[in-house]
Design a protein around this ligand. Structure first.
Ligand SMILES: Nc1ncnc2c1ncn2[C@@H]1O[C@H](COP(=O)(O)OP(=O)(O)OP(=O)(O)O)[C@@H](O)[C@H]1O
Ligand SMILES: NC(=O)c1ccc[n+]([C@@H]2O[C@H](COP(=O)(O)O)[C@@H](O)[C@H]2O)c1
Length: 286
């Protein structure tokens, strides 16, 4: 468990690293790995790279679940990249500071490994390593290319992007792909990589059946007029999300709970993240 002074040191280190990243021409960088790696050690033992891209504002128990279930289900050596998007496709940046989010991502990574260990008898050394990365690219096609071109991972390593259903819909919205506004820019992404999509049934995005229908329509050629290929559906896995009756979890709800101090925060974020949010007085002004 991290002490408060080691967390503060980590925060300072992240603030410095982030400043250098933002000033650089890099579009992707790994700032840290959990557990810490020996300098110069190649990241070469994995056959799949799971990637959870988010604003982590703050990381929630939904992010924890999405990543855990992917790693648990995987039957090949895997690595996880928690990727902080410093530029969002739609939303303007809001508090907390990026260095605070990076600290909370590290706490999430530590919790994730502890949780995975509690589910199996595997020694800690066999658990997936978790990279903490940053990208300036808002769109998935560009994030994937930036990761490939960074040379940080073995050439040709398959990326499995972990998203929610709401994000899948936005990936398939032609408005993001000027100048032609077709879905053809998705071809290099979906021919090499995959999407593992967690359902997010609610009023805005429809129920489970409607979310499954969306992929059925894609498989039947329903998006060919936009430039989508039917076979892309084979690269997209739809998995169960929140069960009926479970509280909906989102970063927005966590920020609101932190601000109103209504006691709900502990049901929305992992305990280590809750402690950090409270101790740093995050989200008091939203
Ligand atoms: N409860 C959830 N169920 C399914 N997917 C989720 C859930 N929470 C987050 N995700 C997915 O995780 C990814 C990153 O999440 P993101 O940072 O946008 O969280 P969020 O809770 O939607 O944020 P905010 O409330 O600030 O808009 C997105 O692809 C999102 O769809
Ligand atoms: N077409 C796309 O690739 C696309 C569209 C909308 C959001 N995004 C990204 O998805 C991630 C999650 O977005 P939200 O935090 O807005 O839910 C962000 O990195 C955002 O930039 C990508």
């Amino acid at each position: 468990m991290a002490t408060s002074s080691s967390v503060q040191q980590l925060r300072i280190r992240y603030a410095t690293a982030l400043k250098a990243f933002i000033a650089s021409s890099k579009t992707f960088e790994i700032l840290d790995t959990v557990p810490p790696q020996l300098a110069g050690r190649p990241r070469d033992n994995s056959r799949s790279l799971f990637i959870l891209d988010s604003s982590y504002n703050p990381p929630t128990s939904a992010h924890l679940k999405i990543a855990t279930s992917a790693l648990e289900e995987s039957n090949r050596p895997s690595r996880l990249l928690l990727l902080l998007a410093t530029q969002n496709a739609d939303k303007p940046s809001k508090p907390a500071l990026y260095e605070d989010r990076l600290v909370m991502m590290t706490l999430l990574a530590q919790d994730l490994r502890t949780h995975l260990q509690s589910l199996s008898s595997a020694p800690l050394s066999d658990l997936p390593e978790i990279d903490i990365g940053v990208t300036k690219k808002p769109y998935f096609v560009d994030k994937a290319a930036a990761i490939e071109q960074s040379g940080e991972y073995p050439h040709g390593l398959e990326q499995v992007h972990l998203t929610g259903y709401d994000t899948l819909i936005r990936i398939f919205n032609p408005k993001y792909y000027p100048p032609t506004h077709t879905l053809q820019p998705l071809e290099p992404f979906l021919s090499r990589h995959r999407l593992r999509v967690t359902m997010r049934p609610d009023d805005e995005w429809g129920n489970r059946e409607e979310q499954e229908d969306y992929l059925r329509n894609l498989a039947q050629g329903g998006r060919e007029q936009d430039g989508a290929k039917r076979e892309w559906v084979d690269r997209i896995q739809l998995v169960e999300g929140r069960k009926a009756g479970e509280t909906p979890v989102s970063s927005t709800r966590a920020r609101q709970a932190a601000q109103s101090n209504d006691g709900l925060l502990s049901s929305l974020v992992p305990e280590s993240v809750r402690t950090y949010v409270v101790s740093q007085h995050l989200y008091q002004e939203e």
